[in-house]
Design a protein around this ligand. Structure first.
Ligand SMILES: Cc1cc2nc3c(=O)[nH]c(=O)nc-3n(C[C@H](O)[C@H](O)[C@H](O)COP(=O)(O)OP(=O)(O)OC[C@H]3O[C@@H](n4cnc5c(N)ncnc54)[C@H](O)[C@@H]3O)c2cc1C
Length: 311
């Protein structure tokens, strides 16, 4: 399919807008954005996220809880985010939700002080291990990506169940995957959601999909319990076919999708006997998350603009 230059431009604009603090302030206080937010976000509170988790589990869909919030301005904020994650893992265990948590290391302060961030991550991983809740680490923009991978590398020996997101679009990814020694990482393979320069990242959709499929096959063969974070039929069908060909059972890997995206496919996968986990954000700081979701599907921008016009 040829790349539509207008869509590509809107996508880039949305990704630039996702990091604009003034726009964030404007949108975050607009009641008009709420409709769109509620499609992707469980609610403002952990309690609301737990309620949505229960509903999803009733349909055979597992959850990874994500406390919204990214780059913090000071380390006090990162300490607060860490405590909130500790509260979440305890709530998951107490309520027997079978969920994981997904954490962004920028939220734990990696951009300010990697050593303090490592302490926060350690606090979270220990608390999670105490109650038997797995932790997943999101992969962010390349400004913090390599540091995120190093933090994972340092933590994974003591906490081998930890999962790290890996972006297929990034040119360094194959090398990163082969660079692990003494541990085979658990990964969530995603295409990559951030605006990256051509030297660092593939840009064409076709190329990224091809790389995703190649890495998916590699992960199925070489890694334990891989997770495939995608809504793309071309990737989902490829993973299903490869797993069949390799004789890998449907419960030995996992599909992951974002809350609010392709719910019909989520349910169908569960009914077919595949493991499916939904990434479920909650909290107030939804702006950058929402803008990236709109960039993934610029048609969503029209929905949003329509809601602004119609009030
Ligand atoms: C569970 C999970 C965790 C993720 N974690 C990370 C991470 O840690 N780091 C990172 O960089 N990226 C992450 N991503 C985002 C990912 O990198 C992609 O940006 C995103 O998944 C879109 O790519 P796709 O594979 O779904 O394929 P696409 O080709 O983008 O989408 C395929 C189809 O899915 C539907 N779709 C996709 N996105 C949307 C949307 N937002 N709204 C409505 N419909 C949509 C559309 O029908 C589209 O045609 C994550 C994605 C998932 C599913």
């Amino acid at each position: 399919m040829p790349v539509d230059p207008e869509v590509t431009m809107i996508k880039r604009l949305l990704l630039v807008a996702s990091t604009n603090r003034r726009l964030e302030k404007l949108m975050s206080t607009s009641p008009l954005a709420r409709g769109l937010v509620s499609r992707y976000v469980a609610g403002d509170t952990l309690q609301e996220a737990i309620a949505v988790t229960r509903e999803l589990r009733a349909h055979g869909i597992d959850v990874s809880l994500d406390l919204l919030g990214e780059t913090v301005d000071d380390l006090a904020e990162s300490a607060i985010a860490t405590k909130a994650y500790v509260e979440a893992v305890r709530a998951i265990a107490e309520n027997r939700l079978g969920a994981t948590v997904s954490v962004k290391l920028s939220q734990l302060g990696i951009g300010l002080d990697p050593a303090v961030c490592a302490d926060h991550l350690d606090e979270l991983l220990r608390a999670a291990a105490e109650v038997g809740v797995p932790v997943e680490i999101d992969m962010e923009h390349s400004s913090v990506g390599p540091a995120t991978l190093e933090a994972f590398r340092a933590a994974v020996h003591d906490h081998p169940g930890t999962r790290i997101a890996i972006q297929a679009a990034m040119r360094r990814t194959p090398g990163d995957l082969e660079s692990f020694t003494g541990v085979t990482p658990r990964i969530r393979l995603v295409k990559g959601a951030f605006l990256e320069p051509i030297e660092k990242s593939l840009q064409e959709r076709k190329e990224i999909t091809a790389q995703y499929r190649y890495l998916a096959d590699w992960a199925l063969v070489n890694l334990p319990d891989p997770a495939f974070g995608t809504h793309d039929d071309a990737c989902i069908d490829h993973v299903k076919r490869s797993a069949d060909r390799l004789g890998i059972a449907r419960r030995d890997f996992e599909f992951q999708m974002l809350h609010g995206v392709r719910r019909d496919v989520q349910r169908a996968l569960a009914e077919e006997g595949y493991r499916i986990r939904v990434y479920l954000p909650y909290g107030m700081q939804w702006y950058p998350y929402l803008m990236r979701r709109m960039a993934e599907r610029p048609a969503n921008l029209l929905l949003f603009l329509r809601s602004l016009v119609s009030g």
